[in-house]
Design a binder for this molecule. Sequence first.
Ligand SMILES: [Zn+2]
Length: 124
Amino acid sequence: MICLNCGKDIGMGNKFCPNCGKPTQIANKDNVGSIIIKRENKYVGSLVKFDVFIDDEAVGKLSNGGTLSFDMPLGSYDVKLSAAGSNVVREVDLTEKNKIVEITIVCKMGMVTGKPYIKSVEYK
Ligand SMILES: [Zn+2]
C-alpha cells in the first residue's frame, strides 16, 4: 500500500504511515469512515493545545475552537486527548451504519492548566 500523503510504500494493514504518521487510506471508499474531533471555543484553557492520539499514534494538536478530521478504515479506535499530563480516552467504532463519529471536547481548569473533557460522542 502506498501512503497518499508522502508516497512511501508502507505495506498492508497499517492504520498510520510509519514514515509521515498520517492515517492511511484504503482503496475501497465503502470501507472508510471519519473521526471528527471538535473543540469548543472557550476562554478557559484557550492557550492550551491538546495532543491528539489515535491508537497511541500522535496525529495532531487541537487548538481552542479547532477541528481535526481523519478518514479511517472502518474499525475500532482509541481516541486520546492529552494536555498537562491529563488524558481522556474514548473508544470509537466506525461501522457501515455509523461511518462518521463526531467527538466534542471542552477544556476545563485554568488558562495554562487546561484539561480536556469529552462533552459528547455522536455517530452519524
Ligand atoms: Zn506517509
